[in-house]
Design a protein around this ligand. Structure first.
Ligand code: FAD
Length: 288
C-alpha cells in the first residue's frame, strides 16, 4: 500500500514548526526519523494532510550534563545513544536499550523523541525513561513545560502531548554511586520488538537490593513503574535461585493478552524468568 497524498514542509526553526502546527488545526503531524510514522502512513493507519519535518531543527539536538542531569535533545538518534561517551558514562541504561532497537538502518534514523512520542508499549526507550525517572521537556508557541515520564504515558500509544506540542528534550538523572541498572528482553529474532522486556534501576547495598524501579515493555499497555514487583524485590539478596518472591507481584502488575503462538500465561512465565536474570545482574553492575 502507499500513503495518501500529503503536503510536506521543512520549517526553518523550532518557532516556525510550532507556528505551522498551531495554524494547521490538527491537520499536520511532525515527522522526525520517520521510522514509525511513515510505515503507519503507508499502511493508511493515519492520513495527515501535512507532514512537518522537524528532523533538521538544531534546537532539538544536543547533549549536555550539568547539576546531576543529562539533557538529550529530542532528535538524538538511537545510534547516537550507542556511541556517546557522555551517555555511556552517565545514563548507561540507554546504551543497553538502544542496542536492541530494530536494526542499524532504523537506529541511524529513529530518534529518542520519536520513540517516546509514539509510545509503543513494546518499545525500549519509554520503559527506560520511566525506570530512570526522566523528565520530558514539551514545548509549543506559548512556552515549555516539564512532565515526568511516568505521567507522560497515558495508555496504548497515548501520551500527554497536546495538539501542536513537541518533545524538545529529555532530562535524565545521572547514575549515582551505589545505583545499579539492569536490562534484558526476549524477542523471537534479533531486532524484533520485544515479547517481554525489562528496564531496572536499583540501589544496592552489596548484594542486597534497596529501592528499585522496574518498568516492563512488550507485556504492558504503557510504560509505567511496576509497583508491586518493585516493592516485592526491595530487600532481596542476589543471586536469586528462583522467582518465588515476586511471581505473584508480576501477575498483579502485568496483564498481557494472548497472541498468535504465545499465551498470556507463557508471557508471565517469561517475565518471571527475565526478572530473575535482570535482578541477578544488578550487583555485578553497581556503580563504584
Ligand atoms: C522494522 C522496524 C523495526 C523496529 N524495531 C523497533 C524496536 O525493536 N524497538 C523500538 O523501540 N522501536 C522500533 N522501531 C521503531 C523505531 O525505533 C522508531 O525510530 C521510533 O519508534 C520512532 O522514532 P522516529 O524518530 O522514527 O519517529 P517518527 O516515525 O518520525 O514519529 C513517530 C511519532 O512520533 C511523533 N514525533 C516524532 N518526534 C516528535 C517530537 N519531537 N515531538 C512530538 N512528536 C514527535 C510523530 O508525529 C509520530 O506520531 C522499529 C521500526 C521499524 C521500521
Amino acid at each position: 500500500m502507499k500513503a495518501r497524498n500529503f503536503r510536506y514542509i521543512r520549517p526553518a526553526s523550532l518557532k516556525h514548526a510550532y507556528r505551522i502546527l498551531a495554524e494547521s488545526g490538527g491537520d499536520a503531524v511532525p515527522v522526525a526519523g520517520g521510522q514509525s510514522l511513515l510505515a503507519g502512513l503507508n499502511m493508511r493507519l493515519s492520513a495527515p494532510k501535512l507532514l512537518v519535518d522537524i528532523g533538521d531543527l538544531k534546537e532539538l539536538t544536543g547533549q549536555s550534563n550539568a547539576d546531576g542531569t543529562m539533557r538529550l535533545g529530542a532528535l538524538t538518534r538511537h545510534a547516537e545513544l550507542l556511541h556517546s561517551e557522555l551517555v555511556k558514562k552517565h545514563v548507561p541504561l540507554l546504551v543497553r536499550a538502544a542496542a536492541h532497537i530494530g536494526h542499524v538502518a532504523i537506529r541511524n534514523r529513529g530518534t529518542l523523541g520519536g520513540s517516546l512520542a509514539y509510545a509503543d508499549p513494546a518499545a525500549e526507550l519509554p520503559a527506560c525513561a520511566v525506570a530512570l525517572g526522566a523528565t520530558l521537556v514539551l514545548g509549543n508557541l506559548k512556552g515549555e513545560r516539564d512532565v515526568e515520564a511516568e505521567d507522560f504515558f497515558k495508555g496504548l500509544f497515548e501520551t500527554d502531548l497536546k495538539p501542536g506540542e513537541l518533545i524538545v528534550a529529555v532530562k535524565f538523572p545521572v547514575m549515582q554511586a551505589g545505583t545499579s541498572i539492569g536490562f534484558a528482553e526476549l524477542a523471537r529474532r534479533q531486532g524484533d520488538f520485544a515479547l517481554v522486556g525489562l528496564a531496572a534501576v536499583a540501589t544496592m547495598q552489596r548484594d542486597r537490593i534497596g529501592n528499585a524501579r522496574l518498568a516492563y515493555f512488550g507485556c504492558v499497555d504503557r510504560a509505567k513503574v511496576a509497583q508491586s514487583v518493585s516493592a516485592a524485590v526491595a530487600g532481596l539478596t542476589t543471586p536469586l535461585a528462583d522467582g518465588a518472591a515476586f511471581e505473584a507481584a508480576i501477575r498483579a502488575d502485568l496483564a498481557p493478552d494472548d497472541m498468535a503462538g504465545l499465551r498470556a500465561d507463557t508471557k508471565l512465565h517469561m517475565a518471571t524468568v527475565l526478572t530473575r536474570r535482570v535482578l541477578n545482574s544488578l550487583s555485578e553492575r553497581a556503580a563504584a
